[in-house]
Design a protein around this ligand. Structure first.
Ligand code: 5GP
Ligand code: ZN
Length: 109
């Protein structure tokens, strides 16, 4: 899957502004942010889209979901945040590697 842009980021072959990484997931800043905070949170494993998730990926999906509120706080969004998963061509998915958009703005202190 060396042609997958997000697999190449996981492999360190392409630069990315990584804000979090563990054994199974990685989070980095979207190259074209729509709002002040715009992260992409992805599994390191290549899964083409949400429609390609298998039963064996259940634990990984839970890890992804549970990372979101922690990343939001790390980014200063204690008051709330938005998440979005585009799936398939009709769903607006441009990169065929499952990713969650985590967006918002830091809360005013
Ligand atoms: P999609 O439309 O597939 O849900 O979103 C893909 C997102 O990936 C877009 O917001 C786009 O800006 C972002 N993106 C595409 N290529 C790269 C890249 O090479 N690096 C980073 N950091 N973001 C990318
Ligand atoms: Zn990939």
């Amino acid at each position: 899957m060396e042609t997958c842009v997000f697999c190449r980021i996981v492999a360190g072959e392409l630069p990315a502004d990584v804000v979090y990484e563990d054994d199974a997931i990685i989070a980095f800043k979207d190259i074209h942010p729509e709002v002040p905070v715009h992260l992409l949170v992805i599994p390191k494993k290549h899964i083409a889209s949400l429609a390609h998730v298998q039963t064996e990926d259940a634990g990984l999906m839970a890890q992804l979901m549970m990372a979101l509120p922690k990343l939001a706080v790390q980014q200063g969004m204690e008051q709330g945040f938005k998440t979005r998963i585009n799936t398939g061509r009709a769903g607006g998915q441009e990169v065929a590697h499952l990713h969650i958009h985590l967006t918002g703005r830091p809360s005013l202190k």
